[in-house]
Design a protein around this ligand. Structure first.
Ligand code: IPM
Ligand code: SF4
Length: 466
């Protein structure tokens, strides 16, 4: 019996295996940020132990950082404290920090890949659920809790039960205006926000193969939103071309050796998955969510389910969700007024996302009553956007290009969508209050968000493509 890609990587990293116990798994790379690391460092301090392999940990400040005036002290006291703690802890324990002002600073899941720290075949953890993003490179990457952050800092290993394996195949040709964000929102709407609970998902099929690395990251990023432990994609020429020459990627003969290993990283033809799902790319239209979990999504021309279409036992939560959103069952979303547009987050804030949006808005103007925030995923993305003149296109359109951070993805910083406002957002979560107290979120692709920025309403991007 062959092995799945997940098994190949997992099994080769197990250092201790004992029946009835979690595996002790070696971790190649540990990313940390300001939210989930302070208690972990406190724990080490209390026990009087160092970070076991400080070179294997990389830190950045992203959740609490402002996205305007990053050269000035952080105004919010709690945010300032968190970021200061990260600076203090990393310097005390000898961990590299790409903090505010550093040219590599950015959202942890954006900088790892763009710096070539994230590599195929690695095990990667971070005290952050969207660590699944790194799986796009054919790595086993997953989020962990604060006590596990301490465990990894102390031992470079983690105790974990091995998850089940699921394969999701998407074959066929994507339609016009349909992005990888639409693929993943579509899958989650079909299998629900808990449809992959207990599984590690491998995405396969020619629709996935044809995606760029940026687009693959968007898919793996949202694995967690269907309950999966993580998601991964077998590395291929697209992966290798993306990595070649990146700051921390192997060079020279190290590259050749690494490449030889990476080329063995795929699921064998006879590998056994615990579950296999298939979708046809041609069935996917641009997607949008209407509710308060990422599984509550529809095609842009569809309608919010009528009450009768919802299972009896799910009706109370469905109603609560629509009450929060101030939306009616059975109604379409096209034409719904939008107040804010947020293009950013570890789902869609990479240079390719910004290029797509810029190509579309070039020569257009935002609707007068819409606030548009474009928040690059990293300093490098910001610099690249400026080098390409994308900043000018945004300025001409009335869009604000801000500085890197998580921003309004979770509003744990100064960027909050005001109460009762509708925000179309390229992020990954639409929970109640996620973008600010009582703010209402529609999740969508960068193109669908950009279309709404121009019209001020939920719009089918394809109406611009005739
Ligand atoms: C703050 C952090 C722990 C959290 C996560 O784990 O995902 C955040 O990044 C999020 O997206 O909700
Ligand atoms: S951008 Fe959003 S989803 Fe990503 S790490 Fe930051 S808060 Fe979490």
């Amino acid at each position: 019996m062959g092995k799945t890609l997940f098994d190949k990587i997992w099994d080769s990293h197990v250092v201790v295996k004992k029946a009835g116990h979690p595996d002790a798994v070696y971790i190649n790379t540990h990313f940390i940020h300001e939210v989930t690391s302070p208690q972990a460092f406190d724990g080490l301090r209390k026990r009087g132990i160092p970070v076991f392999r400080p070179g294997k940990t990389k830190a950045t400040a992203d959740h609490n950082v402002p996205t305007l005036h990053q050269d000035q002290p952080i105004k919010e006291a709690l945010s300032r404290h968190q970021v200061e703690m990260l600076t203090k802890n990393t310097s005390e324990f000898g961990v590299d920090l790409y903090g505010l002002g550093h040219r590599y600073q950015g959202i942890v899941h954006v900088i790892g890949p763009e710096l070539g720290i994230t590599l195929p075949g690695m095990t990667i953890v971070c005290g952050d659920s969207h660590t699944s993003t790194h799986g796009a490179f054919g790595a086993v990457a997953f989020g962990i809790g604060t006590s596990e952050v301490e465990q990894v800092l102390a031992t470079q290993c983690i105790l974990q039960y091995k998850p089940k394996r699921m394969k999701i195949e998407i074959n066929g040709q994507l339609g016009k205006g349909v992005l990888s964000k639409d693929i993943i929102l579509y899958i989650i709407s079909k299998i629900s926000a808990s449809g992959a609970t207990g599984y590690f998902v491998e995405y396969a099929g020619d629709a996935i193969r044809n995606l760029s690395m940026e687009a693959r990251m968007t898919i793996c990023n949202m694995s967690i939103e269907m309950g999966a432990r993580g998601g991964l994609i077998a590395p291929d020429e697209t992966t290798f071309a993306y990595l070649k020459g990146r700051e921390f990627a192997p060079k020279g003969t190290d590259w050749d050796n690494a490449l030889a290993y990476w080329q063995t990283l795929y699921s064998d033809a006879d590998a056994d998955f615990d579950s296999v799902l298939s979708f046809d790319a041609a069935d996917i239209e641009p997607q949008i969510t209407y509710g308060t979990n990422p599984g509550m999504g529809i095609g842009i021309t569809g309608h919010i389910p009528a009450l009768e279409e919802i299972e009896e036992k799910e009706r109370p939560s469905f109603r609560k969700s629509l009450d929060y959103m101030h939306l009616q069952p059975g109604k379409p979303l096209l034409g719904q007024k939008v107040d804010y547009v947020f293009i950013g987050s570890c789902t869609n804030s990479r240079i390719e996302d910004l290029r797509l949006v810029a190509d579309f808005v070039k020569g257009k103007q935002k609707a007068s009553d819409v606030v548009v925030w474009i928040v690059p995923g990293s300093k490098q993305v910001e610099a690249q956007a400026k080098a390409e003149g994308i900043d000018k296109i945004f300025a001409d359109a009335g869009f604000q290009l801000r500085e890197p951070g998580c921003s309004a993805c979770l509003a744990m910083n100064e960027d909050k969508v005001p109460a009762d406002m509708y925000c179309i957002s390229t992020s990954n979560r639409n929970f109640e209050g996620r973008q600010g107290p009582n703010a209402r979120t529609f999740l969508a692709s960068p193109l669908t968000a950009a279309a709404a920025a121009i019209t001020g309403k939920v719009t089918d991007i394809r109406s611009f493509m005739q």
